[in-house]
Design a protein around this ligand. Structure first.
Ligand code: SAH
Ligand code: SF4
Ligand code: F3S
Length: 469
């Protein structure tokens, strides 16, 4: 079936890591120990942290949110923009005092930043209180890395420069939530010229559908109702395996799992969004009517420089099809403001797209230069101040559109999957519509995990309030 070789980490290697997990668990038996894991970045990293915590739990560490109590502190880092990296450096620096007060504390940094050689060098030289460093490709080797640091009191710095593998059957920590993320593929082959992800996450590789289904069924048995299928470009699912099923087929497959009521996915690249996917979204009742389709910029000149492989017209054509086949679809996007070469005229094209599509919400970022990417050497037209001005104008426009779109919900009834208590008021529960809109309403905690009918009584820019029907 699969023509791929050496993509999965061997069973032998996984068993070896599990043996080390048991070894550490024996050493820890009888003592109470705690692990603090902080995650930066996207859903992929959240998913990796669940595996990290799964391994730590089996080694005898309980999850804690209190750094001062922790015996192990791990930062799972993101490299997508400079401010994400600066935050991590700041937070690692701040751990120096904690390490001095408690020398047995193990400090680890992992994730996407640690898949870049120049960053690893910086940690090695300037942050000597960090005990372990490992990148995304070494995640499955965490038990061995950890054991060596803990047992031999030495720094372990692992940097492997390869395409990345798939590690199945690792333990996984799941919070007690009706929602869960399931990775369907790893890596990215698109090499958008601004983006670091292909360099730190390796080549595209799809998980076998049997492994995905095993995970989904297991989650359903444990009370999970909504699955978010994860990948940097889920539309490429299966393309790396000869004659394999594609992403729309996978959606239909996952929807057969008993107990799973809703399925979402992230992210789709516009160039690969197929009619078949739109049809499955329209027809399959379990697939949520929500699409995140990053356009990045409305100017064709800039889209070309970004290597996005579509024009704004091609993008808008896909949006028209989506709206036609899925009338109440919720649409969101990502926008980069101030890509090298972008002038005010290019930016106006982006503003036009926002007015045409009328997204429910937009995730916008000011361009950040990434080491080793093609755009690193491209030159700016706009100054920092001009970029900021455009960015603010865009937010202003989108806030108006988001508020107007939410206003359309006022007075209507929706099915809400209850996720948990509202963060601001414990008497209120929070959940989402099928389209992914956040709704807060007065209700009991016993409703968590259930789908309830809620009438919207108040529409805000970012969320909706309502009452149980
Ligand atoms: N794979 C996803 C998203 C990956 S990163 C996709 O292709 O849509 C999430 C978002 O971060 C991107 O959509 C982009 O808008 C933004 N981003 C990525 N690199 C960036 C950079 N160098 N500067 C600013 N924003 C960036
Ligand atoms: Fe980055 Fe482009 Fe890949 Fe998304 S598709 S992860 S933006 S290279
Ligand atoms: Fe960041 Fe890595 Fe995700 S760079 S956005 S955590 S894949």
């Amino acid at each position: 079936m699969s023509k791929r070789e050496n993509v999965n980490v061997t069973n032998e290697e996984i068993e070896n890591q599990k043996r080390i997990i048991r070894l550490v668990a024996e050493i820890n038996a009888g003592s109470e120990k705690f692990a603090f894991v902080e995650t930066y970045g996207c859903a992929q990293n959240v998913n990796d942290s669940e595996r990290l915590l799964g391994m730590l739990e089996e080694m005898g560490y309980k999850k804690t949110d209190d750094k001062n109590k922790a015996d192990v502190i791990i930062y799972n880092t993101c490299a997508v923009r400079e401010n994400a990296e600066l935050k991590v450096f700041g937070n690692i620096g701040a751990l120096k005092a904690l390490k001095r007060a408690k020398p047995s504390l193990i400090i680890g940094v992992c994730g996407c930043m640690m898949q870049q050689e120049h960053i690893v060098e910086q940690i090695k030289k300037r942050y000597k209180h960090v005990d372990i460093v490992f990148g995304t490709h070494s995640l499955y080797r965490f038990p061995e890395i950890f054991y060596n640091a803990e047992n031999f009191h030495e720094r372990v710095i692992e940097f492997v420069n390869e395409d990345g593998k798939i590690a199945e059957n690792l333990p996984m920590h799941r919070d007690n939530s009706p929602l869960a993320g399931v990775s369907v593929m790893y890596g990215c082959n698109n090499f958008c010229t601004y983006c670091i992800v292909p360099y730190v996450r390796g080549r595209e590789r799809s998980r076998m559908k049997e492994d995905i289904m095993k995970e989904v069924k297991n989650l359903a048995e444990n009370g999970v109702k909504e699955i978010m299928l994860l990948g940097q470009n889920v539309n490429s699912y299966g393309k790396d395996i000869d004659g394999y099923i594609d992403f729309p087929d996978l959606l239909n497959e996952v929807s057969k799992a008993d107990g799973i009521e809703r399925i979402r996915f992230m992210t789709s690249h516009p160039k690969d969004l197929s009619d078949k996917l739109i049809d499955v979204m329209a027809q399959n009742k379990k697939v949520c009517k929500q699409l995140h389709l990053p356009i990045q910029c409305g100017s064709d000149k800039i889209l070309k420089a970004m290597n996005r492989k579509y024009t704004s017209e091609q993008y808008l054509e896909k949006i028209r099809k989506v709206k036609e086949k899925i009338p109440n679809v919720t649409l969101t996007t990502d926008i980069i403001v101030g890509f090298p070469g972008e002038d005010n005229d290019d930016f106006e094209h982006t503003m036009e797209v926002l007015k045409t599509v009328r997204y429910d919400s937009v995730f916008s970022f000011i361009y950040s230069k990434r080491h080793g990417t093609p755009a690193e050497k491209m030159e700016d037209v706009l100054t920092k101040e001009e970029k900021k001005k455009n960015f603010d104008r865009m937010l202003e426009l989108q806030n108006i559109i988001s508020a107007e779109k939410n206003k359309e919900y006022d007075g209507k009834e929706f099915d809400i999957l209850v996720e948990g208590e509202s963060k601001t008021n414990p008497d209120f529960m929070t959940g989402r519509t099928d389209g992914g809109k956040i709704v807060n309403f007065k209700g009991e905690k016993s409703l968590v995990g259930k789908i309830v009918r809620v009438k919207i009584t108040n529409a805000h820019t970012w969320s909706l309030s309502g009452e149980l029907v």
